[in-house]
Design a protein around this ligand. Sequence first.
Ligand code: AMP
Ligand code: MG
Length: 333
Amino acid sequence: METALEAPTPPTDPRAHLASPVTRAALRIQHVMLEGVRQRLSEQGFTELLPPVIGPVTDPGARGAKQVDVDYYGHRYKLMTSAILYKQASLTAFDKIFCVAPNVRLEPLETSSTSRHLAEFHQIDVEIAGASREDAMAVAEGVVEHAVRRVVERAPHELDALGRNPDAFAALLSGTGFERRTHASAVRDLHAMGHPQNADAEIDWAGEALLSAKADLPFFLTDYPKGSRGFYDKEDPGHPGRLRNFDLLAAEGYGELCSGGEREHDYGTIIARMRETGENPAKYAWYLKMVREGIPASAGFGIGLERLTRYVSGTHSVWQASAFPKVPGTVTP
Ligand code: AMP
Ligand code: MG
């Protein structure tokens, strides 16, 4: 029988993939988590909206990934790489929203071996009007804790079938909360480990795995350098060049689970940030019109659903946490 921890080959036959006990257990765990996330966020006053799949423009901040064009009645539209622009738009009507959003990113071929990248995946996407980064981090922490607790309580047989010992979550479920560290301190740690991490960039895949492997519960990294992210992560007014943002990294080497932060909502600043990041503001006409008319300050985050499922299930690769996985470069239905 296929086991969770062997390095398996990505599936090309959907029936065989779905029939695998590993896929079935991981998807049951995913279902239990989604149920829990919806319940928790609903209880906290969030409204679930269904996100659009195509639009004239999408999130440009996906590192190294290509966007997919769609012919929309003669107009060039994009498949959503993330729901960020629509999350901000939704706050003109609702204070607290979430969606389970499908994203398509043609990731570089070298990501096919990271065990963490799909070309099509989903995010549990949350946005909160008037919130700070710290507020958003508290909600993200609560969502992850609740999802894991629910799996341990309600899907013990699935964890057992995957050979995933629930003790792996003892620290997470002890209620101590997740550590918060800065990007700069993570860079120092990586240098001390002999890893050549660029201090002005995203933590690279190998660095992410190294930091994550040292942890026994998820942890936050904050204050990423400007230039490592899209125009919508707010710059810290007290520390120019630093962003009021965060990532949540899983324990045990599973790597990044979530990215989030406070959002830029000032029209002039957004235009300036677009120019700095090489984006043409003219492409973002609908978004900029809305911003000029006024959108609320906000903070939010997106948790990669398949990444979270992989971590909780302990599967080798993220595609084992998807019913119909698209592994970068592998042609599948
Ligand atoms: P990002 O906006 O790139 O930080 O993406 C938000 C979250 O989505 C990340 O923290 C990951 O959990 C997840 N994610 C991003 N890219 C991928 C991918 N190619 N495959 C699977 N999950 C992804
Ligand atoms: Mg990220």
